[in-house]
Design a protein around this ligand. Structure first.
Ligand code: C5P
Length: 232
């Protein structure tokens, strides 16, 4: 898979999701489905979206004991999604078990990427609540390297971290980056944002774009603009 724009479908129901997707006549954007929609609608939402021909990044961020994650990943893999994820904090054994669970009988599997530190966690929270004293960027790079060594395909990271992740983990290790805004957009609740063009410059592999597309007056035009800036 090459560079692509992934639309974050942060909708509360299948109805809202399909109302949005119906605007994209003839186009099949890569979609991110998160916990809200998955928990509201269950696995049927994934099957319906796959039937329409979209690729899916299923953003459920698993984190549990290795055996539970392995079995759960096998279920997600059978839904034929394209990317799954987990928390790197679950550690190497959990990440390796996840890969085993994801691998289908024919040897294929969805890509597996890790969340390092959530962007809602800052240095102070990390030190106070989880007793991690190292600088947060070192923690993020350590988690990324641990994920790579466990055999994962990449990480979710901010666009600001993407080029350092590539330096530390290699160019083939995927960086999937949210926090993307057009130069003329409101930032919303995102603190550190980057334009699709800047994300392309720093070598991000995939950008995840939510409100800049879903809340745009013309979502299809916004998606096309994103593709033009990021993929060219
Ligand atoms: O609307 P917006 O473009 O900010 O949406 C970004 C998407 O990426 C949301 O689904 C959000 O949950 C997700 N995300 C994020 N920051 C992270 C991880 C995921 O914004 N660190």
């Amino acid at each position: 898979m090459g560079k692509d724009v992934i639309i974050a479908c942060d909708f509360a129901s299948a109805e809202e999701t399909f109302k949005f997707l119906d605007k994209f006549t003839g186009k099949k954007p890569f979609l991110k489905i998160g916990m809200e929609l998955f928990y509201a609608e269950g696995p049927s939402i994934i099957r319906k979206i796959k039937d329409r021909g979209h690729k899916i990044f299923l953003d459920l961020k698993l984190h549990d004991i290795p055996n539970t994650v392995k079995k759960s990943m096998a279920v997600l893999s059978s839904l034929d999604v394209d990317i799954c994820n987990l928390h790197a904090a679950g550690a190497s054994a959990m990440m390796k078990a996840a890969l085993e669970g994801l691998t289908r009988p024919d040897g294929t599997r969805p890509l597996l990427i890790a969340v390092t530190q959530l962007t809602s966690t800052d240095q102070e929270t990390m030190e106070k609540d989880i007793l991690i004293k190292e600088p947060i960027d070192e923690v993020v790079m350590h988690y990324a390297l641990t994920a790579r060594n466990a055999g994962l395909d990449g990480v979710v990271c901010s666009a600001q971290e993407a080029s350092k992740v590539h330096d530390v983990c290699g160019k083939d290790f995927l960086t999937v980056t949210p926090g993307i805004r057009f130069a003329d957009d409101a930032k919303g609740d995102q603190k550190r944002v980057m334009t699709p063009a800047a994300a392309r410059e720093i070598g991000a592999d995939y950008i995840v774009v939510g409100r800049s597309i879903t809340a745009a007056a013309d979502p299809v035009a916004a998606y096309e603009r994103c593709l033009a800036e990021f993929v060219g």
